[in-house]
Design a protein around this ligand. Structure first.
Ligand SMILES: Cc1cc2nc3c(=O)[nH]c(=O)nc-3n(C[C@H](O)[C@H](O)[C@H](O)COP(=O)(O)OP(=O)(O)OC[C@H]3O[C@@H](n4cnc5c(N)ncnc54)[C@H](O)[C@@H]3O)c2cc1C
Length: 480
């Protein structure tokens, strides 16, 4: 079977040698670094789940490319059912991890790029699709972890790529020869890039003829020569370095800046190069798929938010308090709206010429808008329910101190029958869920800024038809 074990995943990382900088230092074996290893652990958990009787029901599937069972993270969405199972799988994983596990970005990139690579070959007679299928087969056969590289640094946002004073503000082709292309630029917020094996790089926006050098899609190993990962700072990370006071002791997230310092890519791994008319649809497909993914994973995280709030209330002696119970219903309403829209976007999906199904864009973007605005209200209610101990907790080291530890244990106790240590554990988790900057900002900007969600909804909304319904019911006759 083309499924890796946790050990095989770790072994693959130890064989890679990516160029990684963390807080000013060049770091060897980055996957073992205290700021990186918790995200590696989150991805490792997905491999554990592929080999778990319960998890494999969602994470393992048949392949239409190779005669083996493969990871769903490397699967083309070939039916509405594939899209439904994806959302359910991500919710399931969030219940087990409580945060990001990165691999959904690669899965969504495979599908969004695939649709347009196929269209490009059909129109231009290019030969990208067979090469792309070979790449996806490799990912499936070796069960590799794949990240997506979409977001460029973008310089002056009001200018197109070819209008920038510095031409490197969007990733672009700077050289071509018989063997391949050379690319230069930088991608930001590359979730889990350092913990992956390969990256699939796609354009970040629509392109015009004059931007043709920027219309490029390709795959690279994470340790390609010239590829530099620079770790981005988050909140709460000194705790990971100290190895204590962690809210989610096992798992974490980070999203480096990725600099492409004249990286060579062989033609075999180039899937779009200059066919500018496919860039916009490629990134729009990615946005729609990835907002749909968030509907699964953030719903799962939402369940953890509610569960953490309810556990804190129980430990505070308030298991049946009516105003708190009402808040659980309000929190559920939001979390279920996020999930429900993604489920509906799967049901309403349509087949593209490539055979890959694309989600309903209005429903997937509606899910993401609920996440961007209303998940913050779920977090606020979690804090309201849990109380002020969501912050200001003494360190684990204070609890371990023989002079003050027993006093802290005495004074920070809640109800009888629950240890102070367990009460502190749930507060630490709540603190992490509420204040980890990457999670909070990802709720808003992950998979594109909220304005792109509204634009997509509007672009796919037939306002004239809606006006027609209203006018007809109101008895208004159009002047011809
Ligand atoms: C935690 C996290 C994880 C992420 N993971 C990934 C990942 O794995 N891979 C990946 O490729 N990307 C990833 N992203 C990037 C994410 O997609 C971007 O943050 C998002 O698209 C917004 O881009 P930006 O951050 O450059 O903000 P900007 O594009 O600068 O947007 C800032 C504001 O300006 C507005 N704006 C920008 N340009 C214009 C314009 N021309 N006209 C009008 N208004 C404009 C936007 O609507 C927004 O309100 C991640 C982001 C976060 C925060």
């Amino acid at each position: 079977m083309a499924l890796r074990t946790v050990e095989e995943y770790y072994k693959s990382l130890s064989k890679q040698h990516p160029t990684v900088y963390i807080t000013g230092d060049k770091v060897e074996n980055a996957h073992e670094h205290p700021l990186i290893k918790h995200m590696v652990a989150a991805i490792a958990k997905t491999y554990e789940m592929e080999n778990d009787p319960e998890g494999s029901k969602l994470l393992v599937t048949d392949s239409e490319l190779i005669p083996e069972k493969v990871s769903r993270f490397a699967k083309f969405y070939k039916s509405p059912d594939d899209l439904l199972t994806k959302v359910r799988m991500l919710k399931f994983l969030s219940h087990n991890i409580g945060g990001c596990y990165s691999r959904c970005t690669g899965m969504d990139a495979i599908n969004s790029a695939g649709i347009e690579i196929y269209n490009c070959d059909q129109k231009h007679g290019t030969q990208y699709w067979p090469k792309f299928i070979n790449f996806v087969k490799m990912i499936q056969e070796k069960d590799l972890a794949l990240f997506s590289g979409v977001t460029d640094v973008k310089g002056d946002r009001a200018l197109r790529p070819s209008q920038q004073s510095d031409p490197d503000m969007y990733l672009h082709v700077v050289d071509k020869n018989n063997d391949g292309i050379v690319v230069r630029g930088a991608k930001i917020h590359q979730t889990g890039s350092t913990c992956a094996n390969w990256g699939l790089i796609i354009p970040t926006r629509e392109m015009r003829k004059e931007d043709a050098d920027y219309a490029v899609c390709f795959a690279v190993p994470v340790d390609a020569e010239g590829l530099i990962h620079v770790y981005g700072r988050g909140t709460l990370e000194s705790r990971a370095i100290d190895g204590c006071d962690m809210g989610n002791a096992e798992f974490s997230k980070f999203a480096p800046i990725l600099i492409f310092k004249d990286v060579f890519v062989p033609w075999e791994r180039v899937f779009l190069c200059g066919e500018y008319e496919y860039a916009g649809e490629m990134v729009r497909n990615f946005g729609n798929y990835h907002r749909h993914s968030h509907g699964g994973c953030k719903c799962g995280v939402g369940d953890v938010l509610i569960g953490a709030a309810a556990t804190a209330a129980d430990y505070n002696g308030l298991p049946k308090t009516s105003h708190i119970q009402n808040k659980y219903a309000e929190m559920q309403k939001i979390v279920q709206a996020i999930y429900g829209c993604s489920i509906a976007a799967s049901v309403e999906s349509t087949e593209t010429p490539s055979g890959i199904y694309t989600v309903d864009p209005v429903l997937s973007n509606t899910s993401k808008l609920f996440e961007g605005k209303d998940l913050a209200e779920v977090i606020r209610m979690m804090i309201e329910i849990a109380g002020g101990m969501t912050t200001d907790l003494p360190s684990d080291k204070d609890f371990a101190n023989p002079e003050i530890g027993p006093l802290l244990t005495k004074y920070l106790k809640g109800i009888d029958g629950v240890s102070t240590a367990d009460r502190m554990r749930i507060f630490r988790l709540i603190e992490k869920l509420a204040f980890e900057s990457r999670d909070i900002v990802s709720n808003i900007h992950g998979a594109g800024s909220p304005e792109t969600h509204r634009m997509t909804i509007l672009r796919n909304t037939n306002l004239e038809a809606m006006k027609g319904y209203a006018k007809k019911i109101a008895g208004i006759k159009e002047n011809k």
